[in-house]
Write a protein that binds this ligand. Structure first.
Ligand code: AMP
Ligand code: MG
Length: 534
């Protein structure tokens, strides 16, 4: 029935704490500019021609108290395409700055993200709803404020996939196409093409970034810096108590801890963010701004999917923990004027390195099915890295297969051991005699180490399979879903969404999606390399 049908959307409670509590840009028209002494500018999404629903996340709708029935409704599509506003919405774009590729870039801001408002659900939890690709804002600089379907599919699917992998992340409620075309020069080679436009509705308690604090600090606007930090603590870190110098330090420590947890999880599942600029670092320790990210297929700590970063490889897989610390250092500098003591900030930053190491070791022990990480396990881990680099070895498949190696049976031939791992190798026939010996020598050391723990094969496999996913959003899978979506066929987007709800489970009927990257995808754009153009 129509009336009850639309109820849940119409009865969302918009609290808009961010807008109510923080200084607004007094200028209300939508031209590009430097915005001083303000955290945001009010700006409406631009209407789009013919929005169509591609997919939505059932659980995110649940968090927001939006009923299943309402999710497919016309009102839902119009609202999350930016064509209609619900009562209580107060759309705005955030003002922030950032360090991009190691250099201070000044004001950036939400150039193509528009926050519709902040709701409080029936449990009292707050969520900001943000449209990405909804048109120009005062922060659009030289760009159009739009997003294309391919990058929107990637953001929608990956944020949901990461959540189910147990990685802290912003969520995605919906993905719609706009019915409009967007010009993009995908490889910055002077050959722009028209692509279908799309909008993702992202959801998180807050979209504040390190760069939000850096910008006030860089401008010497300490009053507003303090307002923003106090607001952040009061609303997002209330357990820390009333803001004070001491609480600022505790807060910074917690941001460091959350960031370390997030990076450890990225390293666990083989995720490469691709653009860890400080404007893409969430103050809540959430993975945010899915751009040219990628998943390690063959294990390679030097790999980055981002063509814009191909020479320096600043944001390569193995460098992410150090980059996070560098970014935290920028945040420390930004909040220094509120604390005016370098020593405690330095101590917390140093502690990040030690605490990251500890968290990383605990993660490694779990990945290998060990009860805990002992000092001797350092060599075992280091040598595993060499073994993984002998020949192209699929990281995700390797750890699942490693769980199948029996450590209870003592009489296995080298061939039996290698057979178990066979699927993890991109070119198993290319393994030399020497390679095979090294792999087996490592496996036998590993078996011995597991035997010290006296863990049964069954229990170890269970433990390992709960942290080593069977299914990740392989770059080529996302691309196949995009190819279909661009032909108006959204079945694969929805199929991957369902698959990635249970990334640790064997799903025999979906086995094909666990396969390693096929050869056609090795050098295909979108599968092995991506640019920032999206
Ligand atoms: P990113 O590194 O992709 O997160 O983007 C860096 C900055 O560029 C942010 O301020 C974005 O809002 C802005 N930006 C990226 N793409 C666009 C676009 N198509 N239109 C306007 N601003 C954009
Ligand atoms: Mg960004």
């Amino acid at each position: 029935m129509a009336t009850t049908h639309l109820n849940t959307l119409s009865s969302l409670k918009f609290d808009n704490n961010f807008v109510r509590s923080l200084p607004a840009d007094p200028v209300s028209d939508n031209h590009r500019r430097q915005v001083l002494e303000a955290c945001y500018s009010l700006v409406n999404p631009s209407p789009v021609a013919a929005p169509q629903l591609v997919a939505y996340s059932k659980e995110v709708a649940d968090y927001l108290d939006i009923s299943q029935q309402d999710c497919g409704s016309d009102l839902f599509i119009q609202v999350f395409a930016g064509n209609t506003q619900l009562e209580g919405m107060q759309p705005y774009a955030q003002c922030y700055g950032g360090h991009q590729f190691g250099h201070w870039a000044g004001q950036l801001g939400d150039g193509r993200a528009i926050n519709l408002g902040e709701i409080v659900n029936h449990k009292g939890e707050h969520f900001t709803l943000q449209l990405k690709g909804s048109g120009e804002t005062p922060y659009s600089r030289s760009a159009d404020g739009l997003a294309v379907l391919r990058s929107s599919v990637r953001e929608f699917l990956c944020s949901e996939a990461m959540f189910h992998l147990g990685v802290a992340t912003t969520r995605a409620l919906s993905l719609v196409t706009t019915g409009e075309k967007v010009w993009r020069d995908m490889f910055y080679d002077g050959r722009p093409q028209q692509e279908p436009g799309a909008i993702v509705c992202r959801v998180a308690p807050s979209f504040l970034r390190f760069g939000s604090y850096e910008l006030f600090s860089a401008r010497g606007d300490i009053d507003n810096l303090r307002k923003l930090v106090d607001f952040t603590i009061t609303t997002e870190f209330p357990h820390l108590g009333e803001p004070s110098v001491d609480v600022y330090l505790h807060w910074f420590k917690e941001v460091c801890d959350r960031t370390a947890d997030m990076i450890v999880d990225w390293m666990r599942v083989g995720f490469v963010h691709g653009v860890m600029n400080t404007d893409n670092m969430s103050i809540l320790g959430l993975t945010i701004d899915y751009g040219p990210y990628g998943w390690l297929e063959s294990y390679d700590p030097d790999w980055t999917p981002n063509t814009t970063d191909a020479t320096g490889r600043r944001y390569r897989f193995g460098h992410q923990p150090q980059i996070a610390q560098w970014n935290l250092f920028q945040l420390a500098n930004a909040i220094y004027p509120l604390i005016e003591q370098a020593k405690p900030l330095e101590a917390i930053l140093n502690d990040y390195a030690a605490s990251y190491q500890q968290k990383w070791q605990a993660m490694r022990a779990k990945k290998l099915g060990l009860k805990q990480y002992n000092d001797d396990d350092h060599d075992l881990n280091r040598d595993l890295q060499s073994v993984l680099l002998l020949t192209e070895t699929d990281m995700t498949i390797f750890y699942r297969k490693l769980a199948d190696i029996s450590c209870e049976m003592t009489e296995q031939t080298d061939q039996q051991l290698l057979d178990t791992l066979h699927d993890a190798y991109y070119a198993p026939d290319a393994l030399t005699h020497d390679d095979k010996q090294q792999i087996c020598a490592w496996l036998r050391r590993y078996q011995q180490r597991v035997r010290q723990d006296k863990t049964s094969d069954h229990d170890r496999k269970q433990q390992m399979n709960s942290v080593n996913p069977k299914y990740v959003l392989r770059n080529y899978l996302a691309q196949l879903a995009i190819d279909k979506a661009e032909q108006n066929d959204f079945t694969m987007v929805n199929q991957l969404l369902a698959l990635l709800h249970h990334p640790y489970d064997e799903q025999p009927e979906m086995e094909a999606f666990a396969a390693k990257r096929p050869d056609w995808a090795r050098n295909r754009p979108g599968c092995s390399m991506l640019s920032c153009s999206s």
